[in-house]
Design a protein around this ligand. Structure first.
Ligand code: DGJ
Length: 744
């Protein structure tokens, strides 16, 4: 990895073994984007890449030049209003009402490693040799706003991490009304746009369309990154697929309002913008004040979407997630939500835990309903003190009883919320987000606490820290069950109300930071009515997240498959629940529920006594199996093989680092009869290694399994009683290197 500055001092080339990223100071002193893609050799001059052709109707920068227009020149951080008409990366409202900026190059610095982003989650290095950061320094001579553009290149992977920092060096007040984390002007628009969208219980479905002239975007203005759209998009060449071809990923490490957009201009160049959603955003910078944008991570590959995803997985698993649990196998848990909902007593919980312990489960998680007057969704949020009518010995007593069983104890919180029927609300009715003289909408009868206020965060921190320091709590599920409406903070002045959404998220991050640093061994799982805030920002604090409230195995195949485009398997909370499934009323076989849930953190969302004895024995076997292969599932290299968005049969697999073990998950939604011959082309194996394959007596070499395929034919279900299969079927194929079977 290296950052090369040419002799003239106006061209920067960041490269490693996989990628090159090149930019140049333009004649008008703004920064031009020249190239992001597969590695090319360093060279003194790439000026030929600045395309300055005469274009009728374009507005030109220099009096004497008819060819130089920002309208079509590709830039690093485009600004509106000085001949560029595309959506800008930044907009600064000045005291005279002007929104025009002209950020001119002033200098650069190179730092080894990667600087921290104050108050924000970001990727990091453990050793300075892992990455290098170029900081390009710019300044607008009129408003005196200075801008630093950060570019980190990692030694490994086609990754560029970007962010921007603003500093008001002038005397007047300035308002940032748009401040993107990245702007990327690509030279053409021959791309498919991939987004990960959906709704509650069907999060991160893959949706694809061809880029077209004009703007296409996804985003959130709900205060959380949302179920509806994920802060992640991919642009891939139309001919690229999972296994080959060019693609670029754009991922925002942020949990609040976001925008991800591509604008294809008149000349078919494509500008990608990603950052905090500018709608409703207005950040005031008084003289001497700074603003730091969240970080966006771009990944380039010419080896297909699996490789792109694996690059994100590795980076987010190892250099975004942090702490004690980052590299550790995650405990197999049982959560009481779908088992009891609000209807439980201490004795009922202990009974569930006891049986779970006998099955080999390691962690018991008490979900919603243990605190204040929370016996239904209308009361109690905000009162983080155990309800003595339900838990006579408090959380401390219950946690001890669970520990005495030989299990760990985990607890649910929804720290950002309050019900009006709560002591906290009665004491501080002005602590919620609400706009004066307007109706305040509720979601699930709850209101959002104003986390932009430090005293609010302090109070919640005190309540949570008290429980965590008194009771043996090893895990926290941090839920967030509604979006923000009527956004307004009682303590901010009128000209800072555009800061509330972002200040809110900074408050959430602050609480996470305080709790995770004071209780470093507690495992945090983020949640937002399932996957409503499943984003990289959360991963920095909570190495796993509840992927979706939909626990049906068939639904989960799509949800987990879609989620895997950006997020590692170790981050996906996945549980086995009862049938008929509580969300969709579907009956899937117990083995399929487990076969899907293994590809995640794994746990159970049920009362085991609701299962037959035979099923309980099956559960014991599942847990034994997961314990045996958990490291492989959670930390192996994951490959998508066949998409559930396109096929009745889908498949994925994990491969161990030494390639000696692999597990293939195969799922078929509807059964068929007298079916065709089928093979599955595996990935990531060692071509020369001989593998035994479960479900098959013979052994096969890696090259056979990958190139010729693994036979998966199941010809005559329904006619062949001995091999009768069913709907919602699944199989796991376990591949193991045969001792002495390596050809190389
Ligand atoms: C939504 C979560 O996604 C569920 O798992 C559960 O914790 C409920 N909230 C509890 O209210």
């Amino acid at each position: 990895m290296s950052i090369v500055v040419n002799k003239a001092g106006d061209t920067f080339h960041l490269y490693n073994d996989e990628i090159s990223y090149i930019m140049k100071v333009l004649p008008n002193e703004q920064m031009g984007q020249l190239y992001f893609g597969k590695k090319i050799r360093p060279k003194e001059d790439y000026s030929y890449l600045v395309e300055t052709h005469m274009r009728p109707m374009s507005s030109c920068v220099f009096d004497t030049d008819k060819n130089f227009s920002m309208e079509y020149i590709r830039q690093e951080y485009g600004v509106f209003g000085t001949s560029d008409y595309r959506m800008p990366a930044v907009e600064v409202l000045q005291e005279n009402g002007s929104r025009i900026s002209d950020f001119r190059y002033c200098g650069y610095r190179i730092e080894s490693g990667k600087p921290k982003l104050s108050g924000l989650p970001a990727t990091y290095t453990e050793d300075a040799s892992e990455a290098e950061t170029l900081v390009v320094e710019l300044k607008d001579p009129v408003s005196k706003m200075s801008l630093e553009l950060f570019y980190t290149i990692f030694a490994e992977g086609g990754i560029i991490a970007r962010s921007a920092r603003f500093l008001n060096e002038g005397e007047q007040d300035l308002h940032l009304t748009s401040a993107m984390s990245l702007c990327m002007d690509l030279p053409d628009s021959e791309y498919d746009w991939l987004q990960f969208s959906g709704a509650w219980a069907r999060e991160r479905y893959l949706k694809t369309r061809r880029l077209q002239q004009g703007i296409q975007s996804v985003g959130s203005m709900r205060g959380n990154s949302s179920h509806n759209h994920n802060p992640f998009i991919i642009l891939k060449r139309p001919t690229a697929d999972e296994f080959q071809g060019e693609a670029i990923g754009f991922s925002l490490i942020y949990s609040g309002n976001f925008l991800a957009q591509a604008e294809v201009d008149t000349y078919d160049a494509a500008r990608v913008l990603m950052g905090i959603h500018p709608s409703g955003f207005d950040w005031k910078l008084e003289s001497g004040e700074e603003f730091q944008t969240p970080e966006a991570v771009m990944v380039y590959t010419d080896r297909g979407l699996n490789h792109l995803s694996q690059t994100y997985h590795k980076l987010y698993q190892k250099r975004l997630a942090r702490g004690y649990w980052r590299d550790r196998e995650r405990p197999i848990l049982i959560n009481n939500w779908e088992a009891t909902y609000f209807d439980f007593t201490e004795e009922r919980l202990v009974k569930i835990a006891k049986q779970a312990k006998e099955s080999g489960i390691e962690l018991f998680v008490l979900d919603d309903g243990w605190f204040g007057k929370r016996t239904n969704e209308k009361a109690g949020l905000g009162d983080w003190v155990a309800n003595p009518e339900r838990l006579k010995n408090g959380i401390t007593g219950l946690a001890q009883r669970i520990e005495d069983l030989g299990m760990k104890f985990g607890l649910w919180f929804e720290p950002e919320m309050v019900n009006k029927d709560s002591d906290l609300y009665r004491e501080y009715p002005d602590w919620i987000i609400q706009t004066p003289n307007r109706r305040t909408s509720h979601g699930r009868f709850q209101y959002v606490l104003d986390f932009s206020r430090k005293e609010v965060v302090d109070r919640i921190y005190e309540m949570m820290a008290k429980i965590l320091s008194e009771a043996k709590v090893s895990y926290i599920k941090w839920d967030m069950n509604r979006s923000i409406t009527e956004c307004y903070s009682a303590t901010l002045p009128a000209d800072r109300q555009g800061e509330v959404y972002h200040r809110y998220i900074l408050g959430v991050y602050d609480l996470y930071e305080r709790l995770t640093s004071r209780f470093p061994e507690v495992l945090f799982e983020s949640c937002s009515s399932g996957g409503g805030r499943f984003d990289p920002g959360m991963l920095y604090y909570a190495p796993q997240g509840w992927t979706s409230d939909d626990s049906d195995a068939v639904e989960r195949i799509k949800i987990q498959y879609g989620t895997s485009y950006c997020y590692p398997i170790s981050s996906m909370g996945s549980h086995v629940s009862v049938t008929p499934n509580h969300q969709i009323n579907r009956n899937t076989p117990l083995y399929t529920r487990a076969n899907v849930a293994y590809f995640g953190t794994f746990g159970y969302e049920l009362d085991l006594s609701a299962l037959t004895e035979e099923e309980q024995e099956e559960v014991k076997e599942q847990i034994k199996f997961m314990k045996q292969y958990r490291r492989l599932f959670q930390f192996g290299t994951f490959y998508r093989l066949q998409s559930p968005f396109e096929h009745n049969i889908s498949a994925w697999m994990v491969v161990s680092e030494d390639k000696k073990t692999a597990i293939v998950g195969w799922h078929r939604v509807l059964n068929g009869i007298n079916l065709p011959y089928t093979r599955l082309h595996l990935q990531g194996l060692d071509e020369d290694m001989l593998y035994s394959v479960s479900e098959d007596d013979a052994a096969h070499y890696g090259d056979e399994l990958m190139h010729l395929g693994m036979i998966t034919t199941d010809a005559s279900s329904g006619q062949d009683e001995a091999n009768m299969r069913q709907d919602y079927d699944s199989r796991l194929y376990i591949l193991k290197a045969v001792e002495g079977g390596n050809l190389s």
